[in-house]
Design a protein around this ligand. Structure first.
Ligand code: FAD
Ligand code: SF4
Ligand code: SF4
Length: 380
């Protein structure tokens, strides 16, 4: 009889070597054998466990999406394009200092600060920088640390590894900022039936998802910057402004612009196989607002999807406390979001089929799943 492969070996064969690894960090910090090196996940030693959590929690191993959706959301809220939608708004932080500190409207920072101040969480897991522009998850137990970690860099920050570290070191409750792949990994942890794991998962009180088109590969992006004589550590902020096909880099010497096509040539390969652009498995998802208005007006606002009861309660509280400014989003914004989200799903399925060599072999996805069937129907 053939020997069963260990979980770690399966992860290596089916995810790491297949370039499906998103760098989410869900497999890191559970044991001493998996680690992060720059923006890559590496295996330091061999492990022969066949029921390893590294494989179970990975967002690029098979997932019972049907069960996950049942567990987390109201069936009536589910949409094929962007997952569960209880409500959809344009939002920004009411506090102009948070808006100035934030990437767009500062909504994520305002919500995390509120959750901490109202004792809904004991810490926020946010992303901070390191030398050479690398990102990592930080446990922020005070407002200043949350605010200092505002804005984004389009480089992977292994937030699920930060959650693993948090539950290893602390007993409290966490709110985590996560890209779609990371939100899926955190959601997969909630499917666990094991008592010890359930205790940890109960510490996960809130997931604020970020919309995500792609993340840059550190290696490819560094090479591009070197060609353009831009020092990577000089970049203080980056953005893709509405209506312009450029990546803006805010450096000490002013704003530098890179054509989007050049930046997109530096995207992590794993992002080509990703079907989620709005963090469908989060409580709340936040992205850049797109509506009729000047670029500057749009830059100062977010669009926000409320997905779960927990998300609903936090937004209601934010309105009650005057922490967020909220506007009903125009129906056209939602329509455009759904079209863009379905576009990403379709091209990811095409890329997956190309990689596997068959339209019937969808790697980490199951063509019997209702969501996948909807994408296939939309593609036909
Ligand atoms: C890789 C990546 C790709 C993105 N692509 C899109 C896109 O295509 N379309 C779109 O509308 N929005 C995208 N976003 C989200 C967008 O850039 C903003 O984060 C979002 O609009 C929230 O804005 P804000 O003003 O509320 O954020 P802020 O209040 O500034 O808060 C941002 C939060 O994100 C955390 N963070 C920073 N970097 C990372 C990271 N790499 N991983 C996880 N958390 C991080 C920060 O610590 C902070 O808590 C992307 C974000 C990332 C990280
Ligand atoms: S859990 Fe995340 S970091 Fe680990 S192999 Fe899977 S995608 Fe990569
Ligand atoms: S595109 Fe998908 S895989 Fe890539 S960073 Fe964003 S959520 Fe993760």
């Amino acid at each position: 009889m053939a020997r069963r492969l260990s979980s770690q070996k399966l992860l290596k064969n089916k995810v790491l070597d297949a370039h499906l690894c998103t760098g989410c960090g869900a497999c890191v910090g559970l044991c001493p054998y998996q680690a992060i090196y720059n923006d890559r996940t590496v295996q330091l030693h061999y492990c022969d466990l066949t029921e390893g959590k590294c494989h179970v929690y990975c967002p690029r191993t098979p997932t019972d999406f049907e069960r996950l959706r049942q567990l987390l959301f109201d069936a009536k809220d589910l949409t094929p394009e962007i997952g569960a939608v209880k409500a959809y708004y344009l939002t920004r932080a009411a506090d102009s200092e948070i808006r100035d500190a934030g990437q767009h409207g500062g909504t994520v920072t305002a919500l995390l600060e509120l959750a901490l101040a109202e004792d809904l969480i004991d810490a926020a897991l946010v992303s901070s920088g390191q030398e050479q522009y690398l990102r990592y998850g930080t446990i922020a137990a005070d407002k200043n640390t949350i605010r200092k970690s505002a804005r984004v860099k389009f480089i992977v920050s292994p937030m699920a590894a930060a959650f693993n570290q948090f539950v290893r070191e602390q007993q409290g409750r966490a709110g985590v900022v996560a890209t779609p792949c990371q939100a899926l990994a955190l959601a997969k942890m909630k499917l666990t039936q094991e008592k010890q794991e359930t205790k940890k998962v109960n510490q996960l009180q809130l997931v604020i998802g970020l919309y995500c088109g792609w993340a840059l590969s550190m290696e490819k992006f560094s090479a591009l910057l070197a060609q353009k004589s831009i020092m990577i550590d000089d970049i203080k902020r980056m953005d893709i402004p509405a209506g312009k096909n450029i990546l803006e880099l805010y450096t000490r010497e002013g704003v530098k612009e890179i054509p989007l096509t050049e930046a997109q040539a530096c995207v992590r390969e794993a992002c080509n196989y990703c079907i989620d652009s709005t963090a469908e498995y989060a409580d709340i998802s936040v992205g850049a607002a797109r509506f009729a208005g000047t670029d500057e007006e749009q830059r100062g606002w977010n669009q926000l999807i409320v997905r779960s009861e927990r998300g609903r309660a936090l937004i209601d509280l934010a309105v009650k406390r005057g922490v967020l400014e909220i506007k009903e989003a125009p129906a056209e914004s939602l329509r455009q979001l759904k079209v863009a989200a379905m576009g990403k799903k379709k091209s990811a399925l095409e890329n997956i089929a190309r990689k596997s060599g068959s339209a019937n072999k969808l790697l980490y996805l199951d063509n019997g799943d209702a969501m996948v069937k909807e994408i296939l129907r939309a593609k036909a």
